[in-house]
Design a binder for this molecule. Sequence first.
Ligand code: SF4
Length: 225
Amino acid sequence: MPARRAHAAVEGAPDLFADFEGTPPEAGRLFVDLSVPRQEAKSCTRCPLYKDATQTVFGEGPEDAAIMLVGEQPGDQEDLHGRPFVGPAGQVLDRAMAAAGMERDKVYVTNAVKHFKFDRRGKKRIHQRPTNSEVDICRWWLDIERRVVRSRVIVALGTTAIRGITGRSSSVTSLRGKAASLPDGTRMVATVHPSYLLRMPDRMAAEAEFSRFVADLKLALKAAG
Ligand code: SF4
């Protein structure tokens, strides 16, 4: 197991969040691992999203991972299986990780929001984007995951993930292509959510965007050392 990292500003990294106050104090409970929070999150009722979802989808992966990937929220398949990134977007992510040389079983994978938010239309459950308020409330769990895993690099997959990590609303475009330094010393690489690639109608544009996505994952690998 690698030594725990000291939390300090990273010299030379863009400091985009210098005035961000960090994680909320209520998430300050100390845990040696994620077994207790994982169990507690199963009965979380902090926001209304637990009511319609099948189950809480907590993060998974090594609890000393150098890299943490944060998505938006579980999708339909994730909600049913209780695991993050096992649906179509997860398959895109797996393909991109393989292309970047990033091993999934060495990365901690989670979401900014732990319950599936959807609109039911007939038999279909249509994804709905979580509100800023829902993201901010669910940060309780993401902060705990971050405090335990203490990854060197955190990859924000889309704007909801950026909000969950930083507490701010920023576009991917404004942050992409650099490993920003967060106040706790973690480097953050922002990129698109893999579901964005699935929704692109133009195949050539989607392939070009996939290549950018892979480049972002390579940047995360490089920043993690
Ligand atoms: S979405 Fe997050 S905060 Fe809301 S009930 Fe689920 S685990 Fe709790």
